[in-house]
Design a protein around this ligand. Sequence first.
Ligand SMILES: [Zn+2]
Length: 187
Amino acid sequence: MQGYTHFLAGAAIEHGLREKVKNKQARFALLAGLGIATHIVLDDIARLTYHPPNAMPGDPFWLSYHVFVAIASLTVFVAYRRYYVGMLCSVIPDFDWIIRPIANALGWTWWREGSLHGLFRSLPGLGAVGRHLTKDFNWTHLPTAALVEIAIATVLFAVLVWLDYKHSPPPKAEKPLAENGEPVHPV
Ligand SMILES: [Zn+2]
């Protein structure tokens, strides 16, 4: 899945946990665990979405969609920056793409492409969920399948809006008005 979807998932997880888990260390452990688990499941259902495995900068649709992805990811990160810990936890497996060039430069032959994804996917049960759900599909080269990811992101955004609404402070009671329409002042 793309960055904006992972960020929305991470922000929703932190938003949901903030009120419930007051202990910072416990909350961080949960954010990391749930962020990684959600990332792996979302990546595995990415076969339902437009997600060519290799960059195709010569393809106008690939290029324009990835410009949209970059802008959308940045916008989500800035808009929900108060949940930056949850958002960063939700992309921990994608540190693969940062480690790879470092590993190449340092000559770490033991580091394989996608090692972090592979490590987390090997956790019991985790790799099976998304893969099982989508085993009969492979829409990764279908441009219209980008709409599937946009729909998933919209659902996650709706969850965030709902959590905002649920946790917003109750409106202040209106001050009583006297017969002349002036607010009543306590004496
Ligand atoms: Zn990933």
